[in-house]
Structure formats: C-alpha cells, structure tokens
Design a protein around this ligand. Structure first.
Ligand SMILES: [Zn+2]
Length: 418
C-alpha cells in the first residue's frame, strides 16, 4: 500500500515559502544590498531556513503555505536602533511657542524642555506609558519595522526609570516586534539634584544601575555626553559600572560639540556611538578599531536645525559601519518613520541608497549586538521581513511620506497583509 506512509513523513517540512520575489538580502557575503532577482525565502519555526535564488532551491517545495510575491521586493524587517519611544506627555505646545518666537531659555525657565517630559513621565502609570507609546510603535510597524531599541531616561530616579523599561519590555511581549531596552539614567540631571552632578552619577552607579540590571530590565546602558548633560569623566564612571555588570554600552556622543565622545565610546568597546556631528577623525579611527557603529540621527539634525553634518566621508574612509535611526523623542525628533529617516539620511547627510537601506537593517542590527538574530535574509536568523510594492530598492529612500509596504512578517508570521 504505497499511500500508507506515516502521516508525519508526509507533513510539509516548511511553514511558509515566499516565491517569485526579488530579495535585498543585505548579506555581508554579497556586495551592496545582496540582490537576488528570482528569489525564495522559506521559514520554519519562525526562522529563515533558506533565502536565496529559486534556481538553487528546487528541493524546497513542500510548505504549509506558499505565497506568490508576484515580483515584489523583500528586505529584512526594518530595525530602529535608537529611540526614546516611551514617555509621558508631548512637547507640541513648546514647539508652537518656539515658532512664535519664545526662546529656549524662556521655555526652560518656565519648566519646559526635557524636564517637562520628566515631570509627565513621572506622573504616568505603566499602563499609560504603554498606551501612549502604542500609536508611535504602530506607525513604525506600518512601515515594516520588526525590531526596535527603546531607552529610558525620562525618570531620572529608580522608580520611573524602572517603569519606563518595564513598559518597553511589555510592548515587546504584547506586540509582534523584537524589543531591546537601554537604561539612559544619565540623560539629564534631575531637578531635585540641585546641580550636584557628582552625587547623581554616584547614586546612578551605586543604586539604580545594579538594581535594574538585577531585574534584567536593561540590555545596554547609554549616556548623554555633552556640555549641557554629562562630562566625559562622568560618562566613563557610568560606563565602568555598566561594564562591571556585564552590560554593553552606547553613547549620545559629539552631537552639539566635540567632547571626544567617539573616542570615549571606543575606549569602552561601545556597540554604537550616536549622533556624532562633531566627531573628530581621531574619534572615528578609534571607533573603527573597536567595531563601534556610527548611528546617524538625521531626524534630530533636521528638527533642531543643526548645521554641522556628521563626518560621513571619515566613517567611509575608516570603514566604520553606519546605521540610521529615528531617535524618536518628544523634544528633538518627534519622528516615527524609518522611511523618512532614510530619505533624510540621503538628502541631509548624502548617504547612498545602499548605505541608507543597510543602515536600517544589517548595520542597525550590528549597533544592537543582534547580528546573529536579525538584520539580513540569511538562514538561521528570525524570519522578519518587509515586503514592498516597489520596482527598485531606491524607492524606499526616494519618496517622502509614501509607504509602499505590502506586508510585514515577524518570526515567520504574516502580520499586516494588505
Ligand atoms: Zn537619543
């Protein structure tokens, strides 16, 4: 009886197979975007088991679901590797005031600026923080984002920092996305510190950081090293404490002035140094030596009308990988679009199309220390995909305010089928 084979032997080995698609694999083993014109992606258990040319995959026929992509493009799911997505309130009123001619100093004296967000975040419950972050997250997901980094930094005391990180973790449990959390207690000096930076940093290193690390709420530690925030010495103190706890570090570095942030980040083997408008050639060389990724944030550059462009040529010359992110935050970058971040990366920073797309996929994964999990279409990684109605990858960078996403796939499951 030829049909009496056991049922399990006849079961499809694949969960899902996408065929007749064009792939931008972002594989580092191929030049540029790693383009495959007639491609196939196969998934099992949420992971990619094959991503490559159809011609090489003749054995991959049995799948529970076969999806004809009709020539659409597939990229890795997009990654936003630098956000402050979870916070209370917003700063639209302040934005309006500034446009009407009120100075930043006047707004700050009246309790505005970052401390107004700190106040609103301290007053918000975890439920409220989650609820207010959800629409921003939804906007990013609607453009194919599948992995996001979310920082704390609007609590500036243990309870609220913890609540922010818990809210971020919860978004990761409740929404079909990968979340990486970062503790940014060294974002600003809280008002109750009354100017005593040393004492605040001491408390942060002695109490806040070890407590949050023990609760596994932070995947990394960040700091804002700037004349208006924390000095290189104070930043080094935070980083030493983080490294002693086994946590990787990243840094808001050289955004408004050159304090040697890039060099400092490299000294601690930082995963990334972010902003970097004023980074020196020496700092860039140091980053190259430690594999520290340059995370460029054109949304903030645009919104606060910066003039100094980050040293893109220097990153290229030294072989420093470049990522792009939204820096989504209420004060300096209320941006929830990686597509627009790519367009700004190209128009404002003169990144190429390939650099922009790699910047929100493979290089963003590198900046999060997630290269083995996400960021390219390669066997073994999570099957996180963005499927696009486009004729060529350049369209993802070229348009402004247009979303050509056809479907988003997270861990092999189709989330938003158009
Ligand atoms: Zn930031």
């Amino acid at each position: 009886m030829p049909n009496c084979t056991s049922k399990s032997a006849a079961m499809p080995v694949l969960d899902r197979l996408w065929h007749r698609c064009r792939l931008a694999t972002l594989s580092s083993s191929r030049p540029g975007l790693g383009i495959i014109e007639d491609g196939i992606i196969a998934s099992r258990g949420g992971r990619i088991v094959y991503a490559g040319a159809a011609a090489d995959a003749s054995s991959l026929l049995d799948a529970q679901e076969r999806i004809d992509c009709d020539g659409r493009w597939i990229t890795p799911g997009l990654i936003d590797c630098h956000t402050h997505l979870v916070y209370g309130g917003d700063r639209a009123g302040e934005f309006e005031q500034r446009l009407a001619g009120v100075s930043y100093e006047e707004i700050a004296r009246a309790g505005g600026g970052i401390l107004s967000t700190v106040r609103a975040t301290r007053q918000a419950s975890e439920d409220e923080l989650v609820a207010s972050a959800r629409p921003r997250l939804a906007a990013l997901m609607a453009e194919g984002m599948t992995t996001i980094e979310i920082k704390s930094g609007y609590g500036l005391e243990l309870e609220t920092e913890r609540r922010q990180l818990r809210a971020a973790r919860r978004l990761g449990r409740e929404c079909p996305i990968n979340v990486r959390t970062t503790f940014l207690g060294a974002h600003a000096l809280p008002p109750e510190a009354k100017g005593d930076t040393a004492e605040y940093i001491e408390t942060l290193c002695r109490d806040m950081l070890p407590t949050l690390a023990a609760e596994h709420l932070a995947d990394a530690v960040d700091a804002f090293c700037e004349s208006i925030a924390f000095s290189p010495e104070e930043t080094a103190q935070v980083f030493s404490a983080a490294r002693a706890l086994g946590l990787p570090v990243r840094l808001h570095a050289d955004q408004l002035s050159n304090l040697g942030g890039a060099t400092l980040a490299a000294r601690f083997g930082a995963l990334s140094a972010d902003h970097l408008e004023y980074a020196s050639d020496e700092g860039v060389a140091a980053m190259a030596g430690t594999g520290t990724v340059a995370v460029l944030l054109p949304g903030a550059f645009y919104f606060i009308r910066e003039k100094q462009v980050p040293p893109v040529d220097s990153f290229r010359r030294h072989g420093v990988p470049m990522a792009l992110a939204t820096d989504s935050n209420p004060g300096s970058s209320p941006l929830t679009s990686l597509l627009l971040a790519m367009n700004m990366g190209a128009t404002l920073f003169r990144l190429t199309v390939d650099e922009c797309i790699a910047g929100v996929t493979r290089e963003a994964a590198r900046a999060l220390g997630m290269m083995t999990e996400v960021g390219s279409l390669e066997a073994g990684k999570w099957c996180d995909l963005a499927i696009w109605d486009i004729e060529r990858p350049a369209e993802l960078v070229y348009r402004m305010g247009f979303n050509p996403l056809h479907a988003r796939v997270w861990r092999g499951e189709i989330q938003d089928r158009q």
